[in-house]
Design a protein around this ligand. Sequence first.
Ligand code: GDP
Length: 196
Amino acid sequence: MKIEAQFVASASGLADCPRWDRVEVAIAGRSNVGKSSLINALTGVKGLARTSKTPGRTRALNFFAMGDDLGLVDLPGYGYAKMSHAEAARIAPMMSEYLEQRPNLAAVLILIDARRGPEREEQSLADTIRSRNLDLIVAATKSDKLKNSERAAAAKKFAALGVQPIWCSATDGEGLNDLRRRLFRLARPAGDPRAA
Ligand code: GDP
């Protein structure tokens, strides 16, 4: 499936976020969780999320327009490469400011490796999202790497977050339709004839 999607802007704070009336879904996850692959697979636009990995943009909020009404906001990855103190000190307030004050923001999609399950960072982010009354969507990435016999044990790890994860694979396409539907429903309230 292909959905019209394009990179729009990078922002390092609220002041340079795009002025548009799209409903935004922010996407968070550890480096290497499969965020770029999932963004590309969701839209069917190859190489779309490459922008988020270009120098100068890895620590920014990267905005993509998706379809007619949605904005995807690729948040900086965390966890993997050790961030310098200075970088962390710059990113943390940018993220809280965006999560707390951006009027367009409707939901946060947390990506978690299906085999790994949530850790302290994800639990803490989930708590923040709830305390701000935003929708929380959890996608368990790289689901193709889990054998069917491993699913139940993996699902238990996610239970602590209080939401069922959507099992997703950019490789075999599992969960992509479900996830697209969830996202578009945020932008198009029930009753809108375009709602899936
Ligand atoms: P990011 O750092 O979160 O943007 O992660 P990437 O999208 O760059 O993916 C990191 C690595 O995981 C790459 O080697 C991808 O090929 C691999 N990967 C991403 N998604 C999947 C998936 O759904 N299944 C499998 N098996 N590998 C994946």
